[in-house]
Every structure is written in structure tokens, then in C-alpha cells.
Design a protein around this ligand. Structure first.
Ligand SMILES: [Zn+2]
Length: 334
């Protein structure tokens, strides 16, 4: 599923192989596992068990990325990729049919613009310019099928309502699986905050003057850090000490995360705003070179100490994600 960069940037972008993942599988497992622990003994844990059976949130949180293994040209089918062993629990006949059904319903109803990904792939992120301090639905990089809209749709289905068009989540199990994933992704700084660059590598604000789609960095996927995709290599990957098996202090720290204020319908936007601020840290001190016009990428240079800053921010964000996944499920299933 992880295509080479050329493939990523080719004209087959929309129907090509998978592009970026949110947190990689280990990050999503950390988030799901923190929520699993926080929910032990609650009404929400019982409700989750009723919907998912023996499947824990730690596993359910991977489903939305595994569904990217469904081909996007007819006839749609799920293709096993042995690199993604974490998808194995979903690769039964029934499991594959569920992923194909999900992708079929969520492929093109959002009318992707040329060069944009299919709808369900867009549910994993927003691209709010780092000049902003909050997520607001009128900004460039937000939509009725971005990560905030997708989280709200999943919450609606879990509350017994239907998902608003163009998003189509049909069952509570589908909604719970995608919610467990998107709440992780909405805390990945590059899944909400985005930098827009001109051809010289200077940052521009897409919300002032006339927006030029050529300034889009695709969530950092078009930024190259020593030849590597900045989004995936730098931010989706997490240090070993933050994996579910090793992050022993994660649950205790998650218990200290304050509840989100306001009505549940406003939580996703509030989390996105919080992540916009986190993205300011993620982009701080980076310098960009001029665009490589042969493939539409920009080179980036990191400031000294960037790895430590990044690891610390990743830890904070994973903790918030685990805590807020538990919070939203307790609010739905109180
Ligand atoms: Zn994702």
C-alpha cells in the first residue's frame, strides 16, 4: 500500500495505491490501547464490547487504514499486503467484504477535485494553514468530508442517527472502528495543520488573496526531508518507547487530560483547533528550499534538536488522543 513517491505524485493519485497513513499502526495501537485501559469497568466498555465483540479498540483503531487496501478501480476488491500484518484480523471473507462495502460507499460521493484523494482517504485529515490558530470550517483545507466532519458523522451513527452526506457510515461497528482511528489521526499535527508553499519555498496563507492549489503540500507528503516523505517518515512513525507495549506511563498521563468543554458535536472541531496549535510547534524552525518542479516537491531542513521536540510532541498528542477517545465513548455510552 505504501507507494513510492513517484507513484504518489503521479496522475494516478486518486486511484493509485495508498498514500499517507495517519500515525502508523503502532501510534494507532497506542491510542486504542490507552482508551481500552481507561474504559475498563465503564458502561462504555460494555457498549463497545456489544458492538465489537472481542475486538479491542487497540485493533479496531487500525481498520480505517487497512480499508485503504481496497482497490479503487472497479471491480473493487481487497488486496492482502503482507507488509501490513496488523490488518490480518480483518482479512477474513466477512472482513474483506466489510472493507469493500465501506470503500464502495465512500469513494466518490464527495466529488474529489482533480488531484485529490478518494473520499474515505480524505476523512483522515484536514489541511488548515499554519497561519491560523483555530480550525474553522470556512478555511481552505476543510470540508464536509474532512476529519472533523468524519468524526462528527461517526459520533452521529453511534448515537443512533445517520451520517450526513457525502459520508456514509452504515453500522455502529463501522462507525466505532473509524472513530477509534480518526480520533488518533486528528491528534497527529500534520493531519490538521498544513504549510502552503510558493515555488521559492516561502510559506503563503491560502486564505488571503486568491488561493493557488499549487501551493498545497498534501499534508507534508510533498515535503522531502533528505529524500524521505516528511509526513510519513517524520511524523507518522513513533519512537519505540511510545508503542503500546512500552508506553507504561501513557494511561496515568491520559487520566490527567481535562474533559473537552462544550457539546459533543463541537468536540472534533475543538480537538482540531488544539492540533492546529500543536502543528505550529511541528513546523517551527523548519526551512524550505525552492520547489523541485520536476516532481512538485519541496526540500526541508530541520533545526537542531528537532527529533527531541518531535518525540515530546508526539507523546503529548498520543496521550490526548487516547484520553479523548475514551471521553467521547463515555459521552456517547453514558
Ligand atoms: Zn489515518
Amino acid at each position: 500500500m505504501k507507494a513510492c513517491l513517484q507513484m504518489l505524485l503521479s496522475a494516478t493519485f486518486l486511484f493509485g495505491s495508498a498514500t499517507s497513513f495517519g500515525w502508523g499502526a503502532p501510534g494507532h495501537q497506542t491510542v486504542g490501547s490507552i482508551a481500552d485501559s481507561l474504559l475498563v469497568g465503564t458502561h462504555a466498555a460494555k457498549a463497545v464490547k456489544k458492538i465489537l465483540g472481542t475486538e479491542k479498540l487497540k485493533t479496531a483503531a487500525l481498520w480505517a487504514d487497512c480499508a485503504k487496501g481496497v482497490t479503487e478501480k472497479p471491480p473493487l476488491k481487497y488486496v492482502v499486503n503482507t507488509r501490513y500484518t496488523e490488518c490480518k484480523p480483518f482479512e477474513t471473507a466477512t472482513g474483506k467484504a466489510q472493507m469493500v462495502a465501506f470503500v464502495t460507499r465512500n469513494l466518490s460521493a464527495c466529488n474529489p477535485s482533480p488531484g485529490d484523494e478518494s473520499c474515505h482517504r480524505q476523512y483522515h485529515y484536514a489541511d488548515v494553514a499554519i497561519q491560523h490558530d483555530t480550525y474553522t470550517r470556512s478555511e481552505i483545507g476543510t470540508s464536509d468530508h474532512d476529519i472533523v466532519s468524519a468524526i462528527n458523522a461517526a459520533i452521529a451513527v453511534l448515537q443512533g442517527s445517520t451520517s450526513p452526506s457525502p459520508i456514509s457510515f452504515k453500522s455502529k461497528s463501522e462507525a466505532l472502528r473509524v472513530l477509534a482511528h480518526y480520533v488518533g489521526d486528528i491528534h497527529q499535527p500534520l493531519h490538521v495543520g498544513a504549510i502552503y508553499l510558493d515555488a521559492s519555498g516561502h510559506d503563503v496563507n491560502p486564505d488571503t488573496g486568491t488561493y493557488d492549489p499549487a501551493t498545497k503540500t498534501q499534508g507534508g507528503n510533498k515535503i522531502l526531508d533528505q529524500g524521505k516523505d516528511f509526513h510519513t517518515a517524520e511524523w507518522d512513525a513513533i519512537p519505540a518507547n511510545l508503542t503500546a507495549a512500552e508506553f507504561k506511563t501513557g494511561v496515568a498521563q491520559a487520566k490527567l487530560v481535562p474533559p473537552t468543554a462544550g457539546p459533543i458535536t463541537a468536540w472534533a472541531a475543538a480537538w482540531a483547533s488544539d492540533t492546529v496549535l500543536a502543528s505550529h510547534t511541528a513546523f517551527s524552525g523548519l526551512t524550505f528550499g525552492a520547489e523541485n518542479t520536476s516532481n512538485g516537491t519541496w526540500p526541508v531542513t530541520e533545526p537542531t534538536g528537532y527529533s527531541a521536540t518531535k518525540a515530546s510532541l508526539q507523546e503529548t498528542q498520543l496521550i490526548k488522543a487516547g484520553a479523548r477517545l475514551a471521553q467521547v465513548l463515555q459521552a456517547i455510552f453514558h
